[in-house]
Design a protein around this ligand. Structure first.
Ligand code: UDP
Length: 413
């Protein structure tokens, strides 16, 4: 059997004060005919990164509305995760080789996990490229309806990678993508769903935190809360461009010498490249004591991540590719304007000039950060618009509704 991930309890009714009665009752209506449906989510890691973050809430919420939802992870060793990280990079467009040996490793682990698949489900949702071969190698037995959920930006993939994955992906009845332009050539799903990720407003990371408490937490890590703070929360990954963030901070530092930068990034179990990129980031920061590079091994858990987002004056997400960017959603929800790279799902969230600024370069990132630090009233106004934008569009209740809608569509076939 694949390894099961345990999740806590979550109650839909608790979201009523935030999203309103209409949405709650609509979800209940949609869920009623699906009562007892067996739903399995499969991904590669129980923590670190956006997918694990979402499943932690989505799975218990599905249970709360009557579905028998479960979450399992595939097994893999370092050789597999090194290959899947290359697949992640290749599918996002990186110019890297895809050797016969790499393909063999990917297939071998997918076959092994397909053999370990047990149970009977009505809906199996396979997340991201790591386990994408499950359906091909296991066959349809065990799941009546299969969907593949893509969380990455596949708008400009390296063709060698896309061509390899297309037959595996195309085998699924449904494809779920964050944006329509992520659907590459050669795959035709019976159901194509465009669903953006969402955050849980009640999770420890996103639940309300008083400014005093947020500052207290941030101060524990050696930051001076009386001085301006810029933060980027992200895995240490080339697409998140932490080196570019440091360069943008240096532009700000020339005019505001007291500014501090926090680069907060968890190390995910399926991301061996993270350690190399962390080293690279530390080297790029050099001896500057106002750059704080922190990760989960320093004790930065969900509450601390939330505190950094809440205690920052400006939050940056300078990605050069980004499937969606949950960290952007999280920061906007805390009423912070976000300066984001103009890529992938970021423009859905950062409405230029309204909820933050979209930028194309280090220079622009530095300038917009300076602008927001020097115009706090405008930053506060944008922060309010930011929170409302998330409330309307990017909370987990909407996500649940989208899944229920897709399940209904799949049942009609
Ligand atoms: N995250 C975290 N601790 C960290 C860094 C990231 O908990 O030190 C979380 C972050 O808050 C977000 C998720 O991991 O919920 C990252 O999702 P996103 O979509 O931004 O990027 P991904 O890592 O999936 O590419």
């Amino acid at each position: 059997m694949l390894q099961r991930v345990e999740v806590g309890q979550v109650h839909l009714a608790d979201y009523r004060p935030i999203v309103g009665e209409e949405i709650i009752s609509e979800i209940r209506k949609m869920a009623a005919p699906l009562r007892g449906a067996r739903v399995l989510h499969v991904n590669a890691t129980p923590f670190g990164g956006g997918v694990a973050e979402m499943l932690q809430t989505l799975v218990p919420l599905m249970r709360d509305v009557g579905l028998e939802a479960e979450w399992q992870i595939i097994a893999g060793a370092e050789e597999f995760f090194t290959v899947t990280k290359a697949c992640h990079n290749g599918l996002q467009g990186m110019d890297i080789p895809f050797t016969a040996e790499m393909k063999e490793i990917w297939r071998r682990y997918n076959k092994m996990n397909a053999d370990a698949f047990e149970g009977e489900y009505d809906f199996v949702i396979v997340h991201d490229p790591q386990p994408a071969g499950l359906l091909t190698y296991h066959g349809r037995t065990g799941g009546k309806h299969w969907a593949w959920r893509c969380h990455i930006d596949t708008s400009h993939p390296n063709p060698a990678y896309w061509e390899f994955f297309a037959p595996y992906i195309g085998a699924y009845e449904s494809g779920i993508f964050t944006m329509a332009q992520y659907v590459g050539p050669g795959v035709n799903f019976a159901h194509l769903a465009i669903i953006t990720p969402t955050i849980d407003p009640l999770s420890p990371k996103n639940a309300p935190l008083s400014p005093g408490r947020a500052q207290e937490i941030v101060a524990r890590f050696g930051l001076d809360v009386a001085r301006p703070l810029i933060t980027q929360v992200s895995r240490f990954d080339p697409w998140k461009d932490p080196l570019g963030v440091i360069d943008a901070y240096r532009i700000v530092k020339e005019r505001i010498p007291e500014v501090q930068l926090a680069l907060v990034g968890s190390m995910a179990s399926d991301d061996p490249e993270g350690w190399t990129y962390l080293d690279k980031t530390i080297r790029h920061a050099g001896e500057d004591g106002d750059i704080h590079i922190l990760h989960n091994f320093h004790g930065v858990g969900p509450v601390e991540v939330g505190a950094f987002q809440a205690a920052s004056d400006v939050v940056i997400q300078k990605s050069t590719r980004e499937g969606f960017g949950l960290v952007v959603t999280e920061a906007l929800w805390k009423g912070k304007p976000v300066i984001g790279g103009n890529v992938g799902g970021i423009p859905l969230q950062v409405l230029d000039g309204q909820t933050g600024f979209l930028v194309e370069s280090v220079q622009e990132c530095g300038e917009k950060t300076l602008y927001l630090l020097e115009h706090p009233a405008e930053a506060a106004r944008m922060g309010m618009a930011a929170r409302e934008h998330v409330r309307r569009n990017f909370l987990v209740t909407r996500h649940l509704r989208d899944y229920l809608h897709l399940f209904h569509q799949m049942l009609e076939n």
